[in-house]
Structure formats: C-alpha cells, structure tokens
Design a protein around this ligand. Sequence first.
Ligand code: C2E
Ligand code: MG
Ligand code: MG
Length: 696
Amino acid sequence: MQDQNRAQKVSDGNPDSIPFRVEKIEVREWWLWVLAVVVTLVLTIGIASFTIPGSNRPAKIYWSDPQDWIRALAALVLLFDLYAVYQHLLLYRIRRQLAEQNLLFRLISENAADMIAVVDRNGRRLYNSPAYQRVLGYSPEELKATWSMQQVHPEDRDRVAEAAKKALLTGRGERLEYRLQHKDGSWRIVESTASTVQSERGEVEKLVIVNRDITDRKKAEERLEYNAFHDSLTNLPNRAFLLRRLARAFALSKRHENYRFALLLIDIDEFKVINDSLGHEAGDEVLIQVGNRLITSLRAIDTVSRTSEAVEGFEDTPSDDTLAKLGGDEFAVLLDDLRHPSDAIRVAERIQEQLRSPFKVREREIVISLTVGIALRTDLCNESQELLRDAEIAMHRAKRAGKGRCEIFDSAMHATAMKRLQVETDVRSGVERNEFRVHYQPIVSLRTGRIAGFEALSRWQRPEGLVMPGEFITVADETGLILPINRRLIREACENLRLWRQRYPSQPPLSMSVNIPPRHFEQPNLAAEIAAILNQTGIEPSGLELEILETVAMGNPETASRVLWELKAVGVRLSIDDFGVGYSALSRLQGLPVNALKIDRSFISNMENEETREIVHTIILLGHRIGLEVVAEGVETEAQLQQIRDFDCDLAQGFYFSKPCDAEATLELLHQGGHFAQAALPTGVANPKKASADEA
Ligand code: C2E
Ligand code: MG
Ligand code: MG
C-alpha cells in the first residue's frame, strides 16, 4: 500500500504511467528475490542433509522419499525461473519504451528552433539545447562555463530572477520577455516560458525553460509602431505622435496648476509655388531641410530661452519640446513647460528668423518664409484637438494678414471659432432638412435689352428667415457641404430652365449660370457630373454656363487648365466670376477655354472714380480683344448702366434690373416680356420699370 502511494506520487497518480509500472514490477521483483533466497537456503540445507552422513534422520520425520524433496524444489525453482523471465520481459519492454521516449525528447529538444534549458534550483545549468548555439552563438562548452544569468541583460536580470523565484515557489512559471546577449555582443529578445520539475516530495527541483527568439518579430513591431507615429519623408514625429504628446501634456496640466504649454503651428508660405515650379522632389527636399533646420533652431532655443532649472514639483515633467510634421507643408512644435506666454512668441520669432536664410536645393537658392499660429493651453481649451484647432485658426488669421507672420490665438478668435462651429452644425442640418432654395437673377443683354439668361444663387430658408450666401458659402465650401447644396442647385436650375424655355422660347434661347466653388471645382469627376445633369434634364451643354472664381481658375495653372479643358469638352460655357479682384493679368486668360468675364461688383459700384472707370473700360476692351464676352455685375444705377453701355459691355446683371428672386417671381418676370427696354436704349431715354423682387 505504501509502495503504491509512493509510486502514485512520483507518477503524478497515473497508474498507466511508466514510472508507476516500473515501481510495481520492482516491488514484485524484490519479493521474488526474497523468495529465491529462502528457497535457495532451504534447498541448500536439504541437499546438505542428504549428503552429510548421519544427518538424514529429520527428513524422515516429514517425507519418506528424499526424491519428493528434490522434485518439489525443482518445480519451485522452475516456477521461479519462469516468473523471473516474465518479469524481465516486461522490464525490457518498458525500458525500451523509455529509451524511445528519451530519444524522442532529445530529438525534439535538439531540433527545436526554441532554446530549451534545464537549470537546478540554484540556477546551475543542467542542459542547454543545441538551439543555443544557433541563436546565441555559444558552444555547449562555452555555455557550461558560464552562469545561467550571465547572458541576460543586466537591466532584465532582476526581473528574470524574480520570475524564477516565483516559479520555484509556486511550481508554475510565467511568460516573460527579456534580452539575451549573443556571442557577438548584440542583444536578442526572447520570449520565455518556464515549467517546473518536482521531486518525489513535491518540491521543485529543476526548471525547464523554453526561450523563443522573437527579435525579428519585435523589430517588425517596432518598425510598424515607428511608421504609425512618424512622417515617412522627414522622419519627424507625425500628427498621431503629437496628439499623444499633447494628451500627456493636458493630463500633466490638470495635475500641476503652474504647468503651461503652447502649440505652434508652422506653415511654409506659398509652398505650392515651390512644388509647382521646381517639382515635387525639390519640394520634398525643401521639407526635409526645413525639418532639419527646425530641429537645430529648437535645440538652440532650448538652451537659450527655456527654464534651465526644473520647476518645483514637476519631477515628472516631460520637459522636452516635440517637433512634428503634420502633413503637407505644416509643422508643429509643442512648447513644453512654458514660463510665460510671451516665450511662445519669442520662440516663434526665433524660428522664423533662423529659417529665413536661403536653402540650397538642387543648385538653387530658395528663400522661404513661415507663418506661425500659436495656441496656449488655457481654460477655454481642454483637449488636444481643440488646441490644434485654435492654433490653426491663429495661423489662418496670420496668413490673412500677410506672409511670414505670427499670431496668437485669443478669446475673440475663440468666439469666432465657436460661431463658425455653430454655423457648420446648422448648415449640416440645413442640408439634411433640405432647407436650401434657388433664386434667380436675370442677366440682361445690352444689345437687345432682353433677359439673356439667369444666374442661379443659393438661399437658405431657415425658420428665422432667408439667409444669404455670404453667411454660409465659405463654411459650406470648407466643410464640403457645398457639394450637395450645389449639385441640387444645378439640377433644379437646369430643370427650371427647360420649363422656362418651353414657355418663353427666344432666340438665342435662355441660358443658366451657376457658380462652381473651389471645393466643387476640385472634384475629379466634375465634368462627368455636369454632363450627367445636362443629360438628365435635357439641356444642351451650351445652355449652361459655369462661373469660376478668378482666383480658382488662375490658381494652380496646370490643374485649373486641365479641369477647364475637361469642362470645355462637355460643351458648357465657362466664365470667370468676380474678375478683377484677383489682380490676374488678362493675358493669362488667353490660353484658357473661357467664354466670358464677369467684372466684379466692386468696380461697377465705384465707377465715379476715374481710375476705376478706366479699369472697367480696359477690362472690357481687352476682354473683347481676346474674344471674350463681358458681363458687368452689380449694376445698381442708371448711371452705371449708361457707363458700361458706353464702354460697349455685352451683358449686365444687378439690382437695377432685378434682385435675385424665386422661381415663381422669375416666371412672372418672363411673363412680363423679359425685356428691359432701358438697357438697350440710347443714354437718357430709359424709364426703368423694375421687376418685382422678393429680397427687397
Ligand atoms: P456672385 O456669383 O458674384 O453672385 C452675384 C452676387 O451679387 C449675388 O449675391 C447677387 O445677389 C449680388 N448682386 C447682384 N446684383 C447686385 C447689385 O446690383 N448690388 C449688389 N449689392 N449685389 C448684387 P449673393 O446671392 O449674396 O451671392 C454672393 C456670392 O455667393 C455669389 O457671388 C457667389 O459667389 C456665391 N454663391 C451664391 N449662391 C451660390 C451657390 O449656389 N453656389 C456657390 N458655389 N456659390 C454661390
Ligand atoms: Mg456668380
Ligand atoms: Mg460675381
């Protein structure tokens, strides 16, 4: 029973396990040997009593024939021998199984890619698999000569020792990652799991450690992590990295009242020009050089204008500025642990100063200027995205004021930003609720006095009243909400045009002008979209005129011209809206497929001024010379009408004829004849009969 128990303990209680069976056989063998000794003794004594003279008397007491003795004993010996042979057979089989298992384990451990080690309680090596040599370069002899912690990174030793101690105590090992030194001195990262080998008394005697080399996997993971947080061109931290740093700074500022920080948003002025004129590769080169110079200038600033001594109570202050590249030509600096808001401006000015000297790119000297927007962490701003937005607002403000400037976000900007945010939300819900309407303003031919066509203009019908485009177009354009608004408008305008043409046919037929804002202009499928609307509404392409802002049409010469030609291919007419405010040279229009110019309202309203009048005249003359029709926008008075007619302007649009009005009122206008006699009559004869307007 006791033996059984012992066997059970060693074998972990499994009666089929090899140690258990060996134990059982050994017990039986032991008894067999005892029996063999007794039998042998009896046999020896018996034989002796037969062979020694005078000693055969006692035998007679039991057995009469001595041959009976011999027979019985011989039978016993035979049985014993048979049983011994059987036992040996069993033992032989089990030992063979053990040997096979051993071989298998050896094959597994020796061929495993993982490094397998067995150490005793004191960390002495008992076994190291050949993988050690493959992975770490040490021969078995070299390993034997060292202590098992010797290859472990000094910084990881405590952790490893702690884990080993825990495994010895609890009998269970945990997964662990640490560094092991290769023979060549480099470090490999291993993932290690330990199992324990227990003695008969249940004490942990040995640890079996399986180490897997995960260096390559770790490196790949690190690479991925690095790529996720760095800009591939400049290798600088990227937006995601900056946001993480900002979140840390915000957390810190909540704990320490005196901890201040600021965000500087840095934009290269007119970087597009560099890209467009020298090519993208040169542009990339400039960005890399700017990044490098920013690093150096920040380093210089760090030692010059920053608090050198640690601020009291800020032991955990991550007192390092972060320079990040946010995409495009935008960089950002997180100025950490700021003493005074003015420090941020000083830093910005220093950066601007240091980047002012020319850059050498492909044998050319390039001079750039930087615009900086600064946002300080204040009570108004509680999270990273908000701070980033504030800095952006400050930067846009600085841009508007001119190149190479620096602005700091303030509460007035905050109020504007909040209002803008509100408008954005409202426009979004306006789009969802279909609150946008189309109004039409006639464009009058100055040759015939007739309505030649209309310009379709958006109006936002809110419960509080009609909202004019000035209040929502910019926001809608910046947020992309203009797209659904404008698409609906074009479709509706084309549908109405078809109706009006049917009811009021004229020669040439009425046309429709629609505005194409920057965001719509840059849609890659604009031409196809327009063609589809024309197709669906049954308007021939030349009946639709697309008005494109001067600044957009002349902005990026290559892309703008490509889009214009695509639109031309559809067959629509193209005009340049608000011409004159962008100060483009008329000659630049020559290569573009444009049909008309719309002189900006500001020129028409200011024609009492001699110089402005001259400008209007010149635009009309030069426009005609390059084969363009000219439209005067914002004609409000008879005097203005006379003036442009004297200059031989082709078309006019303005309150003098009609304010923009809804479809119903427009129909009424057409019903009355669509004729403004005064427009075509000689000077002084006019007797304007103004059309009804709904926007008075
Ligand atoms: P725009 O394309 O230059 O349109 C002409 C603007 O001048 C219209 O302003 C019109 O009401 C106004 N106007 C016309 N005649 C006179 C006049 O005699 N005196 C004065 N003071 N103003 C006159 P509105 O409708 O407020 O539109 C302003 C601008 O908003 C438009 O300028 C256009 O750029 C944009 N816009 C309007 N509707 C849309 C639209 O549906 N889509 C897009 N993308 N832009 C639009
Ligand atoms: Mg327009
Ligand atoms: Mg205009």
